[in-house]
Write a protein that binds this ligand. Sequence first.
Ligand code: EPU
Length: 289
Amino acid sequence: LGAGSNVVLPARVDRPVLLMQIRGLAVAAKDQHSARLEAAAGERWHDVVRFALGQGLGGLENLALIPGTAGAAPVQNIGAYGVEIASCLESLQVFDWQAGRIEVWPREACAFGYRDSVFKRPEGRGRIILGLSLALKHARTMVADYPDIALELNRFGISSPQPIDIAEAVIRVRRRKLPDPRRVGNVGSFFKNPLITAEQADRIASSMPDLVRYQQADGRVKLAAAQLIDRGGWRGRVRGSAAVWKRQALVLVNGSGAGRADVLDLAAAIQADVAARYGVTLELEPQVL
Ligand code: EPU
């Protein structure tokens, strides 16, 4: 377990739990243009982002303020505002506890996809990520075209943003839209954005002209699950002690003392509603134990 920020747990866990607490952050190599940053798995992810920014390194700024540890970040290939961690990962230090061996896995061995990696599948299950090697740049082409971020930069009159400007914009947007897990229990997005065929998307768009669609390189279309959920009137709805966050329909929150069943019941009701209205299956994003 890292920081436990993307898991839905039962009231009691009746087996041993290993808590990852290996610490360490260092610039391992650098030249005029780039640098390799080594982060141990138990570091808080946002501290890794801050460390990189402090060294004048770009690449991680869009991923500011994502809860959880560095070691957990590659498991679901964390992503936000147009960037995924896979784009900066050079390799991972991985412990194979069955073989009792530490290995170095290059990025290509990790089968990264949207919120997905080999570590979520049976082949990767017996592995524990110990550390990350991140390839970062001193000067970098920034990804600042995500609508929320572009608007935020514009509001502050920033036309050629540096990594720190983007990180600050991301932090402000996240604080406005997403509940702070230290105050209101939540795992961030509770569902993945669904990937569907272009024909399916056209069919939905015929009765919903403002359908948000992100074209994928493989021809599929990613929809905004939040929009589909929101259209069903779910945003802000309370069900027992679980609720849908008032400012982001993709986030479920534990109002007060909700258990695993309360949260999963609410999620199932949302899945059924979206399936009935659009024929789209919403997949859960957190790991449910
Ligand atoms: N929208 C609504 N209603 C809402 C919220 C959003 O209609 O309640 C619409 C927005 O207007 C926008 C679209 O849905 O057109 C997408 O919304 P947003 O930009 O907020 O992104 P998202 O698809 O809801 C994803 C990630 C987030 C990440 C943001 C920003 C997933 C599952 N979620 O959310 O990641 O921060 O993009 O990049 O991909 C997380 O994984 O825990 C997470 C928070």
